[in-house]
Write a protein that binds this ligand. Structure first.
Ligand code: S3P
Length: 454
């Protein structure tokens, strides 16, 4: 679990491009969203679920520990993970507090699960997670009959008295959030009758896909930009093997680094390409990026492909607000790309960025500013000025316990004239263990370690 040792790093422009040798494509860790869900659904299914490619990052290990505390058997078997589930409604009261570390996904989805189980749960997390809003799930979940007690503002620690006879929910999510949608659907699994969740904007649908994969009766109807999802409660979920694709949100960092460092060309194999996750790739292509997909295929029920990213002189972008849910975790690294692009980029409708692992809207703006980039926040829009040349760099970036800010700051260092110092990169382990070594490994002969101890 997360060590308390702070890991400052310095990121410098490499003296050689980022490349993958022919036949030696890169793999990024398993998709975080799918990994959490595979463990959770496995724990509520009857039989043994075998998971290949699980992200062994701290966030997901927290979910594995929590599912064990709730009575499932979760074991690591070499590269595979096995979950012996307890069936829908079969989880047991945890004898101690569930500590979800840095993970909002783990905390919110689990709140949904335990809300419809007749026992008492207490949940907490690290300082970042304890500052994040939970009412977006606890208010609608209370409609099933569960009772929630929390700190001021609905923040963790959270005490949950699960409903003895949970009612099915019928609600519209208050924010475009797959975490909220998934919490409500997970709650509905152990409620009698039909749970109905409406989202005004479509968000990642891994829960719906996986529910089907485990044998639940789910329907999804498009409505405008949004969707209506219905789930028949108390299905018998049957164990089903899960193959986790590479996380597109993690692939984003080496991809943007390759686009920004002259002469680079990297190939990343087996990246998840669910269209509700690929807004960044669409945007980068609009910026002129040489980004291609090879071997598009379906693996484990999700579209995947191999991505080739080559250095490109980028132009500015204007990202519409409706694209935000499909790239919500990618704005910090996109903003870094915009700092090297020609023109003024505008990313619209980023309200949700304020409630991520940090206030990512302010922290991204600060990351750029401290490195000599002109940036403004106008309402919920982020504006970044680039002249097509290298940003000055030389800044000291504060990452606020946020893994994606840390990785974005390191990419900033790779593309800036002067090295960038990053206060703490230890949180990168929540989603991308091995990131530093992987990036240094991409830098060809004589490149030295571009990412190194400060
Ligand atoms: C996630 C959904 C997103 C995303 C998070 C993972 C998920 O959060 O930021 O990293 O697995 O459902 P929201 O749904 O709250 O936007």
């Amino acid at each position: 679990m997360h060590s308390t040792t702070i890991r400052p790093l310095l990121a410098a422009r490499p003296t050689a491009p980022l490349t993958t040798a022919p036949g030696a494509a890169l793999r990024v860790p398993g998709d975080k969203s799918i990994s959490h869900r595979a463990l959770m659904f496995g724990a509520m299914a009857v039989g043994e679920t075998v998971i290949t490619g699980l992200l062994e990052g701290e966030d997901v290990l927290r979910t594995a520990a929590a599912m064990r505390q709730l009575g499932a058997e979760v074991t690591q078997d070499g590269a595979l993970w096995r979950v012996a589930g307890r069936g829908v409604g079969g989880l047991i009261e945890p004898s101690d507090v569930l500590d979800m570390g840095n993970s909002g996904t783990a905390a919110r989805l689990l709140a949904g699960i335990v809300a419809s189980h007749p026992f008492f749960t207490v949940m907490t997390g690290d300082a970042s997670l304890r500052s994040r809003p939970m009412r977006r799930v606890t208010v609608p979940l209370a409609e099933c009959g569960a009772r929630f007690t929390s700190r001021e503002g609905g923040r963790l620690p959270l005490a949950i008295e699960g409903a003895a006879d949970p009612l099915p929910l019928d609600c519209t999510t208050s924010v475009p959030s797959a975490q909220v949608k998934s919490a409500l659907l997970l709650c509905g699994l152990n409620a009698r009758g039909i749970t109905r969740v409406v989202e005004r904007e479509a968000t990642r649908d891994h829960s719906e896909n996986m529910l089907r994969h485990f044998g639940a009766d789910v329907t999804v109807e498009a409505e405008g930009h949004g969707r209506i999802i219905t789930l028949r409660g108390q299905p018998e979920l049957r164990a089903a093997d899960v193959v986790v694709p590479g996380d597109p949100s993690s692939a984003a960092f080496p991809i943007v680094a390759a686009l920004l460092v002259p002469g680079s060309r990297v190939v990343i194999e087996g990246v998840g390409l669910n269209i509700l996750r690929t807004g960044l790739f669409t945007t980068l292509r609009e910026m002129g990026a040489a980004l291609t997909v090879l071997n598009a295929r379906v693996a484990g029920g999700e579209p995947v492909g191999d991505i080739v990213a080559e250095y490109t002189e980028l132009r500015a972008c204007d990202v519409p607000p409706e694209r935000a849910p499909s790239m919500i975790d990618e704005y910090p690294v996109l903003a870094v790309a915009c700092a090297s692009a020609r023109g003024v980029s505008r990313m619209r409708g980023l309200k949700e960025l304020r409630v991520k692992e940090s206030d990512r809207l302010s922290a991204t703006a600060a990351l750029l500013k401290v490195n000599g980039v002109r940036v403004e926040i106008e309402g919920d829009d982020l504006l970044v000025w680039g002249d097509g040349g290298q940003p000055a760099g030389g800044g000291q970036v504060l990452t606020h316990m946020d893994h994606r800010l840390a990785m974005s700051a390191l990419v900033m260092g790779l593309s800036s004239a002067t090295p960038v110092a990053v206060d703490d990169t230890s949180f990168i382990d929540t989603s991308f263990p091995g990131f530093i070594g992987l990036v240094n490994g991409l830098i060809g002969n004589g490149g030295g370690d571009a990412l190194r101890a400060a």
